[in-house]
Design a protein around this ligand. Structure first.
Ligand SMILES: Nc1ncnc2c1ncn2[C@@H]1O[C@H](COP(=O)(O)OP(=O)(O)O)[C@@H](O)[C@H]1O
Ligand SMILES: [Mg+2]
Length: 208
């Protein structure tokens, strides 16, 4: 990574695996240590994020390439105006979904090709990668049950089970290909147990 001084951590995995929950627990812990922590998400926390989110998640039929480019547009603005400035002042940035969500959902799930989506994301982010990506891994039945219990099912969530299985596998493959940048955490345990593993991985990266 070029330039920024802070620490950049991404939470990845399917809907319902606990990304938002773990992001909040880690933020609490780091703030208790006196750190400057920025909690943010994609799509949504760029200036165009609310509109992009509404189109992509709540809209009707959308061409898969249009969807991929909307996510990339949101990401470009998010990185330029939220993530990089925070890293440059030395903050810890915790992002709920980043490049790997595009590679898995659009590249793999929608069949656009992982490398093509990775290339669009590199353009959008000017190559900014997290120091650590936390992949929260949960079996499909448990994940779908958590989402059902929440009672809100978006357009992507309505994809059939086998798509979600492919997305899960793609996250695990990305992690396996670059183990120094990833930690895979078993998300099927109590939130505090998951958080303890996340904290260990983050401390390791901070010491490095
Ligand atoms: N470790 C866990 N065990 C059981 N339920 C969980 C756990 N972590 C989160 N949940 C619940 O599952 C749902 C999805 O969690 P959330 O953190 O919003 O996931 P995501 O951000 O990955 O979609 C929420 O209702 C949340 O309270
Ligand atoms: Mg969430």
């Amino acid at each position: 990574m070029t330039g920024p001084r802070g620490l950049f951590v991404a939470f990845e995995g399917g809907d319902g695996v606990g990304k938002t929950t773990q992001q909040a627990l880690l933020a609490d812990q780091l703030r208790a240590q006196g750190r400057d922590v920025v909690v943010t998400r994609e799509p949504g926390d760029s200036r165009i994020g609310p509109q992009v989110r509404a189109i992509v998640l709540d809209g009707g039929e959308l061409d898969p390439r249009a969807e991929a480019l909307l996510f990339a547009a949101d990401r470009a603005d998010h990185v330029a105006h939220v993530v990089r400035p925070a890293l440059e002042r030395g903050a810890v940035v915790l992002v709920d979904r980043y490049v790997d969500s595009s590679i898995t959902y659009q590249g793999e799930g929608r069949g656009l090709g992982r490398e093509q989506i990775a290339a669009i994301s590199r353009f959008a982010t000017r190559g900014l990668l997290p120091h650590l990506t936390v992949v929260l891994d949960l079996d499909e039945a448990a994940r779908a049950e958590r989402v059902r219990r929440q009672g809100y099912v978006d357009r992507i969530e309505r994809e059939p089970d086998h798509v979600h299985e492919r997305v899960r596998r793609a996250f695990l493959e990305l992690a396996a290909a670059e183990p120094h940048r990833y930690v895979v955490v078993d998300a099927g345990r109590a939130p505090e147990e998951v958080a303890a593993d996340v904290a260990v991985a983050v401390e390791k990266v901070m010491r490095a």
